[in-house]
Design a protein around this ligand. Sequence first.
Ligand code: PEP
Ligand code: MG
Length: 584
Amino acid sequence: MRRCPGVGAAPGIGIGFTHFLGGRVEVQHRHLLPPEIEPELHRFGQALSRADGQIARVQEQIAAMEGDGQHYQILEAHRLMLTDVHLVEETRRIVREEKVGAEWAVRKALEQIQAVLSRIEDPYFRDRRSDIEMVGEYILRNLMGIEISGHEAVPPGAVVFAHDVSPTDIIHLARVGVAGFFTEGGGKTSHSAVLARAYGLPYVVGVHDCAQFVRSGLNVIVDGGRGEVIVDPDEAALADYRARTQRQAARSKRLAAAREEPAVTLDGERIHLAANVELIEEVPYAVECGAESVGLFRTEFLYLERPDLPTEEEHYTHAVAALRAVGTGHIVTFRTLDLGGDKLPASVRIPAGHNPALGLRSIRYSLWRKDLFKAQLRALYRAAAVAPLRILFPLISGVGELRAVKEICAEVCHELTVEGIRHNAFVPLGSMIETPSAASIADLLGAECEFLTIGTNDLIQYSLAADRQDEHVGYLYHPLHPAILRILRQVVLGAQRSGKPLAMCGDLAGEPLLTWVLLGLGLRDFSMSPRQIPIVKSIIRTTRLADAEKLVETVVNFRTEAEIEEVVHKVMRQRFPLELDEES
Ligand code: PEP
Ligand code: MG
């Protein structure tokens, strides 16, 4: 038995036998004579068009089944990589100048690109390495006449091991019915990881140094929650994991049983539970988990994953697809682009500044690139004519900024009217409360828009001056800091004064250990990762609000987050052993 640590990229436990999916193609160095160069370049050109045709065929299959959604766009991005100058022109240059075979030149060009990408700190760009590598393997296999896909040979129930898996692999293998994935390469934020999560398949990336001993047919456990792979597990480990899988399934089943039930406390207070989504593909799962609406649709995902900008038409198609997927009776809150900071799309250059988190990000970037902002707003107002929706603006820091945004909205509606384009101008507009300034003037912001939503991920980072991504200051990033409790209480009071509805959509909203604290502070509307909904709902349905309020009254007088956490965790674990049994 061998325990191999990695990084959990998609939660869940998969038990099965390994299936080794291809691998890096080994290329040989071939020296060319001058007359061989032109035919070699021609051969390379043919390999490119064959690779393009193969990806296009997969795209067609996907379009036939799912339309031109997320998966389709990812493949579109891969097809565009087949024309990337750093890959294609560089390969041609290497063939010509170094007089080497195309395979060798492709590998060298790929390595150069990988070297540049790996020097970039941003995880998004680091993770693009796997996309370019996949595209490179397609070209190499075509050059060498190697069968492209071994998917047909993958048996259901297998745990797929590969140097890396492409989004296409995930899509195909999810349909085959595999039990999970683990790879040497890959990243937590890669498209493949996103898709594995969307399909609910466990996935561990960065499992190094196992290629020497992993081969097809070995027993294996992949634990996407802990980020660990156990190769050739002994009986005790297998028994332990089988029991854990059963406990997890039983727990999910028990919690899911309340899917149709309303999230209502024992004293009759109705709580609204919505879902945060990034992919249209996640929407059916969100509904299945009992989401009453989509409280946060992070639309910037549409930008991050592609090499060009979406048009107004694409924004529109995307929004309408999301509305249709949710179905009637469930409202969708589309958050406008939250680009910049850590979310840097490949397609546009956003000046980083000295401190990106405090610089040109989010609504500031949208106000700076009014053209992009207007394209998205036009699309959303048009989509609102199809089904009701709400528009939410991120990182608002003051009333002046909110007014500037509303002016653009009015301008967009006026233009659509003049152009005679069908739209619905009566869309509720909301402001996110993500900065300390917004929190302290929640009443003023509430007075100038239709709803407020707290984004705790950013609100905590800005309030405690602790970068949410920096592991060195992670110890300071604490949701139960007394300051955060006071700030949240202030926001609740501000929203009440303005008479506008208030929701919370940051990660805190879906943290079951904190449900009582949030209820006790007066919050009644939460949007969270879909899989958290049944857990939080179960807590709510067995909660008496007075108990939650009493807990908050006790802990608000404590001076440190450690003291608050100790009491809150103790009370919650005692009261909700099933919901908080993370080990199960
Ligand atoms: C937040 O900041 O809490 C939030 C919901 O936005 P994001 O996590 O996308 O920054
Ligand atoms: Mg945010």
